[in-house]
Design a protein around this ligand. Sequence first.
Ligand SMILES: Cc1ncc(COP(=O)(O)O)c(C=O)c1O
Length: 502
Amino acid sequence: MDIRIDRESAIPVYVQIRGGIRDLILSGRLPDGFRLPPERQLATALGVNRTTVFSAYKELKSDGLVESHVGRGTEVVSRKAGKSAVEPAGPLPWRQLARDGSVREPDPLVRDVLALTERHDVISLQAGLPAAELLPLEDLRRVQEEILVRKGPEALLHSPTEGVTAFREALCRHMVPRGIRSSPDEVLVTSGSQQGLDLVARTLLSPGDVVVVEEPSYFGALEVFRSARVRLLGVPTDRDGMRTDVLEALLARQQPRLIYTLPTFQNPSGCVLSLARRRRLLELAWRHQVPILEDDPYSDLRYEGEALPSLKALDPYGYVIHLSSFSKVLFPGLRLGWIAAPRTLVRQLALVKQTVDLHSGTLGQWIVEGFLSGGLFARHLAATRTAYRRRRDVLLSTLAEEAPPGFTWNRPQGGFYVWCRLPEDVPPTRLLAQAAAERVAYLPGGASFVEEPTGNSIRLNFTFAPEEQLREGVRRLGRALRAAQAEPQRRNRSVVGTPPIV
Ligand SMILES: Cc1ncc(COP(=O)(O)O)c(C=O)c1O
């Protein structure tokens, strides 16, 4: 019998012997009726104590794989007609195993939104994606080739959990226009900013903690927090961002573990937190000792108006965790984002990240480092801003032509989204059905709220679809809106005079 024992292993020797014999039986190499060697003989052959083999045989008996009979020794009993004695009791209940039942099922909305991008007959005003046809593929090819020649296989080996040092240095330079002065050991590279959200939740939050979020807020972050089983408290926003007066009242009653905010070109509303409110938010956080998670993937995409300093730039006390991403300007499929935070926290986050994915992709980090350091990112960003500004204007002007009375929207100075309010007489579900019939997709606003939303809203993205498709998409949306508006009126008319059922 070929049984291997690893004496350095933490697994007890008798468990290793039991496992070895078990594998031989289950693989059919020890047939039914096969007589195992007497304990003493096997102990000598393996160089172990007899009681060790005795314990292994005992375990195999309770597994139902062998039986002992006086005079016949220990025999394999399990394999009948080529079938294992250890039959599964049924298929594994993966859904039950994957969750403990008390956690709510994550909402499939984001996955469904991304799936829609593959349907070519649907015009997507829905997903938060950059324009695919504007991505600088030729630059990418050249940068990648240069990296492979210069760095060889190193570009595809493992790299530090915190991120490739040269990339973190480039990120520090990249954050200077945001007013942020960080050193590389205050930066953690993440696999998209979505991972950054998850790492912060895993590191700072425990079930039952209170987390303050804006209403509306980024749906993907709400899902991360819900998975962490925290209590979400919503603070309303207006055109100047989070209502800090409401936050102040909330902080008088609650001690949250985290305030999550998107101060610049918010997803989904596009609004910007005013400078006065940025300062007020920080004062409140300092006074109540609450860390702030500043999610900022959009601030590079300003189309007009004065840039404001990021929250992190205004925070000398290290309360702000700044989270950002390359997904909105460069290649989202590279999955690269980053966190800038005090180095003690970066160290903690890196320990957690290490258990999740060891590190983010090495080649991707070198590629984006090449884009940043070689000026290609700045060039691409400038071209992207021009194109997106035009697309925003196309969306807004077509809305002005096509939208029915009662449909209102804002005019964002940057970012990806226009936030729209539906007319009172258009129920969101009816509009969804009409939009599906028209083959135009948008993001329903309800999922962006923690509490019951005030009024029905939808989010329209203007960066993904080219200009002509944007126009056609808004025309389709206009038709869907008018059809949804007409439908209840028809229904109401037919309802008149119908006797009640009860
Ligand atoms: C505010 C915000 N945070 C985080 C993300 C996640 O982006 P990624 O993981 O691609 O960097 C998004 C994507 O839409 C977002 O809008």
